[in-house]
Design a protein around this ligand. Structure first.
Ligand SMILES: [Zn+2]
Ligand SMILES: [Zn+2]
Length: 214
């Protein structure tokens, strides 16, 4: 079995959990959600001795995607994700960057959009794609069944759920995504959210106040 390892690289003023996800044996991996601070990400890659094969995006928000164009150029790899419904957010990155003090944010178009049921590979690791709108229309969750691990983006957090107070956000849609797609992955599945600590679906099912109301 291909063993999955994760290094967390907090980026941007939002302390977003950019991550280096890799196949431990092959020492090949992907950078997930490079929101900014690209020089720090490059430093972590160098220290890790992991060969980066691709960049993955869970959704189009600035703290997740603002450094993707720069990192793609630096590494010469492709960007996969999110779902195409976040194109408007990716187009708007320079504007959001100016607003949030991240002037070097660039707009980006991925090399591959992801849809429900798609598969993404990172070395010998396989991730299945769940389209999980609500926080943003094009949010995706990446799930590695073998290691029972998910990259959650801003869908579900330890003790909370993604914010939906944007004009395009929908709390009802988000809760439906969580109920119909995320929770069925199973209580034993560990996940890394876009912010804060990692958790486990079973723990959230028992203790997350938003889920108790479902
Ligand atoms: Zn977000
Ligand atoms: Zn975020």
């Amino acid at each position: 079995m291909a063993k999955l390892k994760v290094l967390i690289i907090p980026v941007t003023p939002f302390q977003q959990n950019c991550s280096l996800v890799f196949d431990e044996e092959a020492k090949k991996g992907a950078i997930v959600d490079p929101g900014g601070d690209v020089s720090n990400i490059l430093k972590t890659i160098e220290q890790s001795n992991v060969k980066i094969e691709k960049i993955l995006l869970t959704h189009g928000h600035i703290d997740h995607a603002g450094g993707a164009a720069e990192l793609r150029e630096a590494l010469g790899v492709q960007i996969e994700g999110p779902h195409k419904d976040d194109l408007f957010l990716l187009n708007d990155l320079p504007k959001s960057g100016a607003k949030y003090g991240m002037a070097d944010s660039r707009s980006v178009v991925p090399d591959r959009w992801l849809n429900e049921g798609d598969e993404v590979t990172v070395a010998s690791l396989k991730f299945s794609i769940l389209h999980a709108p609500g926080h943003s229309p094009g949010s995706v969750v990446l799930f590695n069944d073998e290691n029972r691990f998910a990259l959650m983006g801003d869908v579900l957090f330890q003790g909370s759920v993604g914010r939906t107070d944007f004009p395009y956000g929908s709390h009802d849609t988000l809760m439906a995504s969580i109920k119909e797609k995320v929770l069925p992955l199973g209580d034993d599945v560990a996940f890394l959210p876009g912010h804060g600590r990692a958790s486990q679906i079973g723990i959230e099912r028992k203790t997350n106040p938003f889920i108790q109301r479902l």
